[in-house]
Design a binder for this molecule. Structure first.
Ligand SMILES: NC(=O)c1ccc[n+]([C@@H]2O[C@H](COP(=O)([O-])OP(=O)(O)OC[C@H]3O[C@@H](n4cnc5c(N)ncnc54)[C@H](O)[C@@H]3O)[C@@H](O)[C@H]2O)c1
Length: 275
């Protein structure tokens, strides 16, 4: 059976789970041939204990020279800006985890155009939320309102530009507190590592200007909770996901990594059907 060669950019918590899945459960359909991270020690760590260790690329040019079929970005919005177009132009498919980057219209258009020109695919896993299938379907008839309420423990929002710029002391918050409300296009800039789901929801539904985001800090919870409410000609939808975060990176939910693995499985199945 033909295998797809995968290259991974970003060796943090999501990258690690994906690499392990390819090494174990998905090894009949995928080979992880190279990994790249700005921090070489992260790339080194991900290779430890793997049955089929990938090569560590020292830089992006080195990475792109490998015979990769599919690049998985699990790094940062900045990484999507820096590498996304080049990946597609070099004839490789691209899976994007830092979906917030796609709310930049210029980048989104360029990625779509280049993907079309080079006949490449861009895959966007559903991430840390449920309900995108229904939102997509409902948008066909017209959605009038879509709201995402994200509730996180203080450590899940640490370091976000919005928190830093406003000098919000997360440790001093003693009860559930609404700290932000605004449009998705702004939310992904203020919370680039926390509300990628707002971007996925915008792209699936009524867009970044009309999708409303509320962020609540709750010191009494340990989960990252995302609640979607939508209204439209189809009726009403309420969809709540209570996600367990990774201990190593509490900003990220386990479900997000699982959604990437599920997307890979589906790509693999197409491959089987196609051969
Ligand atoms: N779609 C979703 O629902 C969803 C959910 C959670 C996280 N995310 C996003 O997925 C991405 C990965 O998440 P994570 O929790 O694994 O993060 P992480 O911080 O644990 O790991 C990211 C890794 O990427 C590396 N990196 C960052 N920028 C880079 C660049 N320009 N080039 C090469 N390496 C780079 C970092 O050094 C780090 O090792 C983040 O952008 C995060 O916001 C998306």
């Amino acid at each position: 059976m033909k295998k797809l060669n995968v290259g991974l950019i970003g060796c943090g918590v999501i990258g690690t789970i994906i690499a392990e899945a390819i090494d174990k459960d998905l090894s009949d359909r995928f080979s992880l041939i190279t990994v790249f991270d700005l921090l070489p020690e992260k790339a080194q760590k991900i290779c430890e204990g793997m049955s089929y260790p990938p090569k560590i690329s020292q830089n992006f040019r080195d990475f792109l020279n490998h015979p990769i079929d599919l690049v998985i970005e699990a790094a940062s919005q900045r990484a999507v800006h820096m590498y996304g177009v080049k990946v597609l132009e070099s004839g490789k498919d691209l899976m994007i985890m830092s979906v917030g980057a796609l709310l930049d219209d210029g980048l989104l258009n360029e990625l779509e155009n280049v993907a079309r020109e080079y006949r490449r695919h861009i895959y966007i896993p559903s991430g840390a939320i449920a309900g995108l299938d229904a939102i997509k379907a409902a948008s066909l008839a017209g959605l009038s309102k879509v709201t995402l309420t994200t509730t996180k423990p203080p450590r899940g929002l640490k370091g976000a530009p919005y928190i830093e710029q406003r000098h919000i002391d997360l440790e001093k918050i003693s009860e559930p507190t609404l700290i932000y409300e605004g449009r998705a296009e702004e939310a992904v800039r203020f919370f680039p590592q926390n509300v990628n789901v707002a971007a996925s929801l915008s792209l699936a539904g009524i867009g970044k200007e009309k999708t409303w985001v509320r962020i609540i800090v709750d010191p009494n919870i340990s989960e990252n909770i995302h609640e979607i409410k939508a209204e439209g000609k189809f009726g009403n939808l309420v969809c709540k996901t209570e996600n367990l975060p990774f201990p190593e990176n509490p900003k990220t939910s386990y479900l997000a990594a699982l959604s990437a693995i599920k997307t890979l499985e589906e790509i693999g199945r197409e491959l089987v059907i196609g051969t």
